[in-house]
Design a protein around this ligand. Structure first.
Ligand SMILES: Cc1cc2nc3c(=O)[nH]c(=O)nc-3n(C[C@H](O)[C@H](O)[C@H](O)COP(=O)(O)O)c2cc1C
Length: 231
């Protein structure tokens, strides 16, 4: 399906046209639109209605300074920067490993990065730290006292926000990559020390002509992950 900024009018359209977009146009997003997106996201289901999420919206100079600081640190490759939490399994296993490899191959293939070209891979990875040129960067944090439930609630909140963005003709990319630079993010965004920076998120209008936005990671069919016990 060709990527467009056309607003999704139905839930089916929002779900099917949401993609992790990795090239954005500079066009600004009005504050009222961001507020409307978050106003929908807050209706995400969550255990005992605890609503554990916190959101920070950055644009303009705050966004630019934060991006510049992280880009400089990423360039310098300082060892003090490490993820605040581990997203992935300690040891990869199948079929997750194969799926991850397949995504990497497709993504780097589209942007013309040859296998083994670690410098070019790093440059592509660093595009995260300018929100892929999106004018708005969101950050999501969670009080560290939360357990699995709060993290699940946050997942639902993130997805609801991403679908809501589609209904306003906007695109997103959720970005765990900011976790590595949570200390720098905290210099610009008042995330309390007792919160975890869960992820960032690029928000804006997709560059519909960008090669990288042709990426359409497929999914396994329903029967691959479902056991029906209906008798
Ligand atoms: C919580 C979360 C964090 C993610 N972090 C990143 C990231 O840092 N950089 C990135 O390019 N994509 C990131 N992604 C996007 C995934 O790679 C993407 O969702 C997956 O490949 C499926 O593609 P799709 O979103 O286009 O359907 C993240 C996705 C999720 C759900």
């Amino acid at each position: 399906m060709t990527l467009t900024n056309q607003a999704a009018l139905t839930l089916d359209e929002a779900v099917r046209t949401r993609r992790s977009v990795r090239a954005f146009k500079p066009d600004p997003v009005p504050r009222e639109t961001i507020e409307k997106i978050l106003d929908l996201a807050r209706f995400a289901p969550n255990g005992s209605n605890i609503q554990p999420w916190h959101v920070y919206v950055t644009a303009g100079q705050t966004r630019d300074r934060l991006c510049a600081d992280i880009m400089a640190a990423d360039d310098a490759d300082l060892p003090e920067h490490d993820e605040e939490y581990r997203y992935y399994p300690e040891e990869w296993f199948e079929p997750l490993l194969a799926r991850r490899r397949s995504l990497g191959k497709a993504l780097y293939g589209l942007v013309g990065v040859a296998k083994g070209d670690t410098e070019a891979m790093k440059r592509q990875q660093a595009r995260n730290y300018v929100f892929f040129d999106a004018p708005v960067g969101l950050f999501f944090s969670l009080d560290k006292r939360n357990r699995y439930g709060g993290w699940m609630d946050m997942g639902g909140f993130l997805q609801t926000a991403m679908l809501a963005a589609r209904s306003f003709g906007l695109h997103t990319c959720p970005q765990q990559s900011f976790s590595k630079y949570h200390r720098i993010v905290r210099r610009h965004v008042p995330i309390p020390d007792d919160h975890t920076l869960v992820c960032g998120m690029a928000l804006g209008y997709a560059d519909e002509s960008a090669e990288v936005n042709r990426l359409e990671p497929g999914r396994d069919p329903v029967e691959a992950f479902t056991t029906f016990l209906l008798d």
